[in-house]
Ligand binder design. Structure first.
Ligand SMILES: [Zn+2]
Length: 438
């Protein structure tokens, strides 16, 4: 792999951000993922400073308080300082739903869909998920890892510091494990944090079309135990929807995951209404998509910590009229997160700010709600709420510096990258073509 291995955060020089116009700490006294009115609390501090040492946040508060700190006074010459006057600083985005283990864009799908072709017609023309699967099966692991890494780098250029990364275009024991190894290898070359997920249950591969249960057996008896034993995945995911896997299949797969010590998350209600209650006993970290959620399920979800992860990039790219019902979910008290769903078929975007923009314009989330959903609630959705999602002492030094005076500009501008610097576990990465003032 070309770029060098990541640096041990303990060896990084201390980093001080000063004169931040608006620092969004996302701190809150309320326990659990953010819901209802608490989703609007950004914990804004003006003329703020953040000090990071050894990849961790040490302090966050007013600039004048930071500069009068005795340790800083003595050690200022050893500290890398970034003047953030006129900038917004927020926790790095937690992109809690991505499919980066693919080889090529799906341009046949794109063109055919524009021309009005159906899903079946696209598949017949050599497009669809099958084309991604054939390419991943043929690919060398190193090549696949380089593809994953380039996706991660594009994400961090837009302010993302933690990524949940799924396999799911291998659909055989060998190729799913190869995909998870590629995700691991890419993660070892990227300074951010990657949460790997086994999505062997993406669709039934063609060789098992006549006997899908046999494929569920492969997932439960081979893929899950191997991924768990080799610590290649933290989560197991299932595409539980029309044309993919049933609720019964999902329960079987979740039971195998639980038995092997892996947590679960699930694609639901994207194409049709999914019955959610049989899945709740497995305490899924996240229900993802949720376009067609049943009204009766919403009050049940409001009582739980399972996060509803909404991915409006897919609705945008597929040209759908309807978007996930964010207002109904938020107003009822369901914790909501936002993610890119980065994938070659339905959401080829690495950019969280664009997803925030869609959330505001098409789902009527406020800028405050969109930001909290993309940071703190994303962290909850991947089980990293103790380390990620807010800027407070002891948490990982994951920050995004935006060329904006006001945080509402983050979802306001679209089609342009206003993220100037991203700090991932204390390591700062500037935007290639921006005049770096570091
Ligand atoms: Zn997905």
């Amino acid at each position: 792999m070309s770029p060098s291995k990541k640096v041990d955060p303990r060896l990084l020089s201390p980093l001080l951000l000063v004169h931040i116009n608006q620092l969004l700490t996302l701190c809150s006294n309320k326990p659990g993922p953010r819901r209802a009115a608490a989703l609007k609390e950004l914990g804004v501090i003006e003329d703020a400073a953040v000090l990071c040492i050894g990849g961790k946040i040490v302090s966050a508060g007013k600039t004048k308080d930071a500069l009068s700190d005795p340790w800083l006074k003595k050690n200022r010459s050893k500290v890398t300082e970034i003047d953030c006057a006129g900038k917004v600083v927020l926790p790095g985005f937690v992109d809690s739903h991505t499919h980066p283990a693919f080889i090529s864009p799906r341009l046949v799908d794109f063109e055919k869909r524009i021309a009005g072709a159906t899903y079946e017609e696209i598949a017949e023309a050599g497009g669809g998920i099958r084309s991604s699967v054939e390419a991943v099966r043929r690919a060398e692991k190193k090549h696949l890892a380089e593809k994953v890494l380039s996706g991660l780098q594009e994400m961090s250029a837009h302010g993302t510091t933690t990524v949940e990364a799924k396999s799911g275009y291998g659909l055989s024991l060998e190729s799913e494990i190869k995909s998870l190894e590629a995700i691991r290898d890419a993660a070892n070359h990227w300074p951010g944090t990657v949460v790997p997920t086994l999505l062997g249950a993406h669709v039934v591969p063609k060789e098992f079309k006549k006997n899908p249960q046999k494929y569920v057996d492969v997932i439960c008896q081979q893929m899950i135990p191997q991924a768990a034993k080799r610590k290649l995945a933290k989560f197991v995911d299932v595409f539980c929807d029309k044309g993919a896997f049933t609720a019964e299949d999902t329960e079987r797969i979740f039971a195998a995951a639980t038995k092997n010590g892996l947590a679960v998350r699930v694609h639901v209600c994207q194409l049709s209404e999914t019955v959610l209650w049989p899945l709740l006993r497995f305490h899924p970290a996240s229900f993802d998509h949720m376009d067609h959620v049943n009204d009766d399920d919403i009050p049940q979800l409001a009582k739980r910590d399972t996060v509803a992860t909404l991915v409006p990039g897919a609705n945008y790219f597929l040209g759908l009229k309807n978007y996930p019902p964010a207002r109904r979910l938020i107003d009822a008290g369901v914790p909501v997160a936002l993610a890119t769903d980065y994938n070659p078929g339905s959401s080829p975007t690495p950019a969280m700010p664009f997803v925030l923009s869609l959330a505001c314009t098409h789902m009527k989330m406020s800028p405050e709600e969109a930001i909290a959903a993309a940071t703190m609630n994303g962290a909850w959705s991947v089980g990293l709420q103790d380390r990620k999602g807010s800027i407070e002492p002891g948490k990982d030094a994951d920050l995004a510096i935006f060329d904006a005076k006001d945080y509402r500009e983050i979802p306001y501008w679209f089609g342009v990258n206003r993220c100037e610097v991203t700090v991932l576990n204390g390591e700062k990465i500037g935007r290639g073509n921006s005049p770096a003032k570091i």
